[in-house]
Design a protein around this ligand. Structure first.
Ligand SMILES: [Zn+2]
Length: 278
């Protein structure tokens, strides 16, 4: 993909779909950050229709659907209304300093029989769910997973935006409005994004050692339908050694050393929440 005149284009020079909105400010004078969000809505289309509605008084620069489709709503050099009351490192009102990306995702879910229910009433199967402790919270909750297609596109666009606009960092809405906001939440692999985009690209680690980037469940099989091991959740920063077995987004690992008094722990983890370490 590429950026021309603050609009996003595909590699074949076609622009990504654009929906204009009245919900924007003037030119961004000092662009520093990329801010990631989830929509907490039932579909990308639903969220886009809302963000172009003047009643919403909200917008974002991009919405990325679960199939990886991208819609632009506001040009990258124009203030979008995604951050609200927010602050980061002494800066207040991050709308004036950032590009905002919304990812189609239901957000936190509540147990409902065999499945998980969003606040708007839709049920999701266990395969789409991760149970994790939000970094601003102290208890386990369920969150809808992002799709691999969505994360792949989001990573490509994030890298393009960071390099084009020389952005200093990628932040979550939950970083700049903690307590008030919990998106993109523990299902979003923020540490992976940061290390892939800001890490040294000339020094790719080739070791098969990983660490968890969040408190992370480890399971007896490759999928969230499989039972968790008794040592779950693994604390953030737990060292893991890959066995080489993979299944979709799931990876079989051995825990390095001891965790919660147990050694020789082997199980399956979601690879969106681990990163390679040298
Ligand atoms: Zn948000």
């Amino acid at each position: 993909m590429k950026i021309v005149n603050h609009r996003l284009y595909n590699d074949d020079d076609t622009p990504v779909p654009y929906r204009s909105t009245p919900n924007h400010g003037s030119e961004i004078k000092d662009l520093k950050y990329l801010v990631m969000h989830y929509t907490a809505g039932p579909s990308a289309e639903h969220s886009i229709n809302w963000l172009v509605n003047p009643l919403a008084k909200a917008s974002a620069h991009l919405v990325i659907g679960r199939d990886g489709s991208v819609t632009q709503i506001v040009p990258f050099n124009t203030v979008a209304w995604h951050a609200g009351s927010s602050s980061w490192q002494g800066i207040k009102g991050l709308n004036n300093y950032s590009i905002g990306i919304e990812l189609d995702n239901a957000g936190p879910l509540e147990k409902s029989g065999d499945s998980w229910r969003a606040w708007f009433g839709t049920d999701y199967p266990a395969e789409q769910v991760i149970e994790a402790v939000h970094k601003n919270e102290t208890y386990m909750r369920a969150w809808q997973l992002y799709t691999p297609e969505q994360l792949y596109v989001a990573l490509e666009i994030s890298a393009l935006l960071v390099h084009t606009y020389k952005l200093e960092d990628i932040l979550g809405h939950d970083d700049i409005a903690p307590g008030r906001k919990s998106d993109p939440g523990p299902a979003f692999p923020m540490d992976t994004f940061r290390s892939r985009i800001f890490g040294r690209s000339d020094d790719e680690p080739d070791s098969e050692t990983y660490e968890t980037t969040a408190n992370l469940n480890i399971r007896v099989g490759p999928g969230s339908a499989f039972q968790t091991l008794s040592v779950s959740p693994l604390p953030k920063g737990t060292r893991l050694q890959a066995t080489g077995e993979e299944n979709g987004v799931w990876k079989e690992v051995d825990v390095v050393g001891e965790v919660k008094g147990s050694s020789d722990v082997r199980g399956w983890v979601h690879r969106g929440y681990i990163r390679q370490v040298v």
